[in-house]
Design a protein around this ligand. Structure first.
Ligand code: ZN
Ligand code: ZN
Length: 417
C-alpha cells in the first residue's frame, strides 16, 4: 500500500474512478436521503471506497459503515490458526449486518479479491471456512437475495487480480488495462453514464417482457458437449437490469450486467452440460466442468481441474446439486467481445449464458412474498450456496419448450433468434 496516496501517479484514471463511485451510488443503489449504507471492500480498493463514501454522503446517506478485508490477513489465518478456527465464522458481525438491513440500510460490495488467493491452501479448510461463513451469513444474504433492500456490487482493479487477468504485463500496465476493462463494462467510459445505464436497462427490460410473455415450460441448450433441458419454475419471472426492492427503491444490483435470468425448476432438469469458461471459486480455478442431471439433481460431476473442490461444493447440502438460476447473455455482449477472462463471476457471468447451483431468487417468481414451502412447491431451490458457471458460447443454440411439447428458437449460435 502507498502511504502517500494522491502524491504518486496511479495507473487508474481518477475521473472514471469517480464516475464509477457515482454510478454505484446513484444507479446501483439509488441511495436515499437518510438511508444508512453497509460497505464491504478489500483494503486495496480503498481509493474507490473513499469515492463511494463521498458520493453516498453527498446523496444524503445517514451513516456509511465500511468493513474491509485483507488478503495477507486471510492467508495468515490459513498459515497460523488452529484447526478448529476453520469451523467458525463471525456470527455476531453477520447478525449485526442483518439487523442493519432490517433497520433499512442498503448494501454495497466492492469486488477485487485475488481470485487465486487460496489456491495453495488445504481444500478441506477452504470448504469448512466457506461453509461456516455461509451459515453465519445466511440471515443477511436472504435479505439481499429476496431484495428486501437495495444493493449493489461494483469492482475495483486490485494489483493481484490485474496480474492474473493480464499475465506478463508490468503491474502498472496490468492495473491500467483491468481498470479500463472495468470502466468500459460498467459503462462509465461515456460522458453521461447515468443516461447510458437508463438506455441499457430499457433494452434488458424489453427482453424480459418477451420471455415473460412466452412463459416457456423449459429451455433446451444444445451444442458441443451439451444437451440440457432446464425446466422453468411454475410461475417463474424473468428479471434483468434494474430491479425494484421491497423497500420500494429501484436499484441495479450488478454493475456491470448483461444478463436476463429466472428460476429453474429444481426437480425438472435433465441431460448433460459442459462449462464454456473456467469458474474461479474462492481461490480455486475449476475448469471444463461436465455434469449430468437426472430429475433436477446432479448425479455425475467432473472437471479437468479443481474436481475435488467442485465435488466438495456439491456436498454442501441437498440444494447444492440442483439449479437456482438460468441466465441468458448474447455472445455479442461487450464483455464477451472484450475476450478478457476476468476470473470473477461479476464479469464472466455477463460474457455468456449461465446456470447457478444452489439458492434461487424468490424475486424470479411472479407472486411475491411466497412462503419457503410454496417456493419449493413451484420448483424454487434452496441452498447455502449460489454459484454461477458459464455454459453459453457462440456454438450454443437455445430453444423455448412449451407445456404441449412445441418449441421455438430463443438463441441461435449464441445470439437472440
Ligand atoms: Zn446470473
Ligand atoms: Zn447468479
Amino acid at each position: 500500500m502507498n502511504p502517500h496516496a494522491g502524491a504518486v501517479a496511479t495507473p487508474i484514471d481518477p475521473v472514471k474512478l469517480d464516475r464509477l463511485a457515482e454510478v454505484a451510488v446513484k444507479i446501483g443503489l439509488q441511495l436515499q436521503p437518510g438511508q444508512d449504507l453497509v460497505l464491504t471492500a478489500p483494503i486495496s480498493a480503498l481509493p474507490l471506497a473513499r469515492r463511494i463514501v463521498s458520493h453516498a454522503y453527498k446523496a444524503g446517506a445517514g451513516l456509511v459503515t465500511p468493513i474491509f478485508s485483507d488478503d495477507e490477513i486471510t492467508l495468515t489465518r490459513y498459515r497460523d490458526a488452529p484447526d478448529a478456527s476453520f469451523d467458525r465464522a463471525e456470527a455476531w458481525l453477520y447478525e449485526g449486518i442483518a439487523k442493519a438491513f432490517e433497520a433499512g440500510a442498503a448494501r454495497l460490495a466492492v469486488r477485487g479479491d485475488n481470485p487465486m488467493l487460496l489456491a495453495a491452501q488445504d481444500p478441506s479448510k477452504v470448504s469448512r471456512a466457506n461453509k461456516a461463513t455461509s451459515i453465519a451469513y445466511r440471515p443477511a444474504l436472504e435479505k439481499i437475495t429476496a431484495f428486501d433492500i437495495n444493493w449493489n456490487i461494483v469492482a475495483y482493479p486490485t494489483p493481484e487480480w490485474a496480474k492474473l487477468v493480464f499475465p506478463g504485463e508490468e503491474e502498472d500496465v496490468a492495473v491500467a488495462k483491468l481498470a479500463e476493462a472495468i470502466f468500459s463494462a460498467s459503462r462509465v467510459d461515456t460522458e453521461d453514464p447515468v443516461a447510458a445505464w437508463k438506455e441499457h436497462n430499457a433494452s434488458l427490460s424489453g427482453r424480459t417482457a418477451w420471455l415473460n410473455g412466452k412463459a416457456f415450460h423449459a429451455l433446451r441448450f444444445t451444442g458441443p458437449g451439451t444437451d440440457l433441458t432446464i425446466g422453468l419454475a411454475d410461475g417463474h419471472k424473468w428479471n434483468g437490469g434494474a430491479e425494484t426492492a421491497k423497500n420500494g427503491i429501484t436499484c441495479n444490483p450488478n454493475i456491470p450486467t448483461e444478463e436476463v435470468f429466472t428460476t429453474p425448476h429444481a426437480r425438472r432438469v435433465e441431460g448433460h452440460v459442459r462449462s464454456t469458461k473456467p469458474l474461479s471459486y474462492q481461490g480455486t480455478l475449476i475448469d471444463e466442468i461436465a455434469v449430468r442431471f437426472e430429475a433436477g439433481r446432479i448425479v455425475e460431476a467432473n472437471a479437468s481441474r479443481g474436481a475435488d473442490v467442485l465435488n466438495k461444493v456439491l456436498d454442501t447440502d441437498e440444494g447444492a446439486r440442483r439449479l437456482g438460476e438460468v441466465a441468458l447473455v448474447p455472445h455479442s455482449s461487450p464483455i464477451s467481445q472484450s475476450g478478457v477472462l476476468f476470473y470473477n463471476t461479476l464479469f464472466d457471468e455477463n460474457a455468456a449464458s449461465h446456470i447457478a447451483l444452489g439458492q434461487c431468487y424468490s424475486t424470479c417468481l411472479m407472486e411475491s412474498n411466497l412462503s419457503p414451502d410454496k417456493i419449493a412447491a413451484q420448483g424454487g431451490n434452496s441452498s447455502l450456496i449460489h454459484i454461477d458457471w458459464m455454459i453459453g458460447s457462440g456454438e450454443i443454440d437455445i430453444d423455448g419448450i412449451n407445456a404441449d411439447g412445441s418449441s421455438e428458437s430463443v438463441m441461435r449460435k449464441g445470439e437472440w433468434a
